[in-house]
Design a protein around this ligand. Sequence first.
Ligand SMILES: Nc1ncnc2c1ncn2[C@@H]1O[C@H](COP(=O)(O)OP(=O)(O)O[C@H]2O[C@H](CO)[C@@H](O)[C@H](O)[C@H]2O)[C@@H](O)[C@H]1O
Length: 524
Amino acid sequence: MAGVDLTLALSRAQFIQRVREAYYREEDEVANRRRAVTRVPLHVLAVTSEIYPLVKTGGLADVTGALPKALATFGIETHTLIPGYPSILALARLHPPLMEFDDLLGEKATLRHLEIDGISLFVLDAPDLYDRPGGPYVDENGYDHHDNWKRFAVLSLAGAEIAAGALPGWRPDLVHTHDWQSALTSVYLRQMGSPVPVVLTIHNLAFQGQYSSDLLPLIGLPPEVFSVDSMEYFGDISYLKGGLMTADHITVVSPTYAREILSPTFGMGLDGVLNTRIDRLQGIVNGIDNEVWNPSTDPYLPFRFDMKTLRNKKNNKALLLERFNLQPGDGPLFSAVTRVTWQKGMDMLAEVADEIFYRGGRLIVLGQGDHAIENALKETAARFPGKMAVSVGYNEPTAHLIHGGSDSIIQPSRFEPCGLTQLYAMRYGCVPVVSRTGGLSETIIDANDAALSARAATGFQFHPVRPEGLRQALRRAADAYEDKRKWARLQLQAMRADYSWDRSAESYAEVYGRLTEQRFQATH
Ligand SMILES: Nc1ncnc2c1ncn2[C@@H]1O[C@H](COP(=O)(O)OP(=O)(O)O[C@H]2O[C@H](CO)[C@@H](O)[C@H](O)[C@H]2O)[C@@H](O)[C@H]1O
């Protein structure tokens, strides 16, 4: 607790009095901070290509789905603009239109409102762009939609028009964009001369929305933006760079990743740009939605549990082994639930998974992505029948069950802006094995001797991020698993780690408060 000097020799009564004073001071500070952002109740327009529970391909959806709920406790009301994909339209079309757009880069669109699970959505119903088979970014055959450049420019333009006042009776105080798909919103807003503050959050710098500059007239932007201090990027245009150059504040999803991306190794060609924007770059670690990911209430778990009933987990484990046709046994069950990509290091796992089986363990991989890596995983599984299963696909209920029954979740990422899977794993009593990079390095405490004695360890980290490092970490985890008391302690320590949204939402609320205050002062 801040402000209590424990080095002073105090009587017990004085001590209690001081603690009380500090407590109330702290309470006041929190209340003041909340008041600072709620003095004028804040209205935020979030713009995103994914949101849980309606459309999700990865962690972006989890964040855009959970953050508005967490921000509501700060008096911040968020409406989220989302494309009208088929899964959303069925519900959205039950509601009357809010407004019509006559010409969004040549497209007509209807704006609809939908409220679901406490989230308020503006749905952009533009059937030619979004009402089609496949996922948000790829068609039924896994290829990028040919017109993604237009689909996400239109989303951003609609966001900018709403922010600039196109929707009668509602105008946001601030806009929050996410990744390249909505990054053009601030570019359009500045072209319109609108001063509405914009926060851009980067969830993954690897995806940048890079296209030929020939598209500029088609996305309604003037030739001037094709310059080095605007959207020009290695001879092309980059939507993400456009956002980085025009947003008032840039957040990434962990402080470590915020530092890493300033270097060429992690900057993905944008480190130079990010260094010029360093004064507005901030890392805010993600939280998790404690209602969606709660092992004691999870509807997808046949056997629910908490810290006191952790033993129930083994029933889920038996079920998982059966469901994935794996041999039953007492050895550790490792799992990975992930996009199968180079970023996530799944090729390394395919290479060293044998270590798990030599130690009597089993492995389940649920994921999809790069076909070559999927095949490498399947080949390893074929060499170890009954010990390893690979399920190619995306399945939310199975993801929950895997967390509910596994002993350990493996996340050997080459880079990881934050990572949510390791946070879910901890809450479900799985001890994560992770590479020491980005958000993984700051959310998992390695089970070294010091951390074990301090009862602080929550998982296993490895570095450098190479197959041999991963093999070594798997070995350490398997060794620890053999000591039942040590393992149970690690599980409980992991379950106690608090990664709810409260703290991180407060950081976003502070950013919003500061930006809107600056704007308020500039206009009064
Ligand atoms: N096959 C499958 N079936 C079911 N569920 C699956 C699945 N594959 C993945 N998931 C789910 O998708 C989410 C993945 O989130 P992550 O944050 O771990 O990674 P991602 O790279 O998608 O996110 C990016 O954005 C997030 C959010 O900011 C950052 O944490 C992260 O570092 C960054 O790379 C989890 O909810 C996971 O359970």
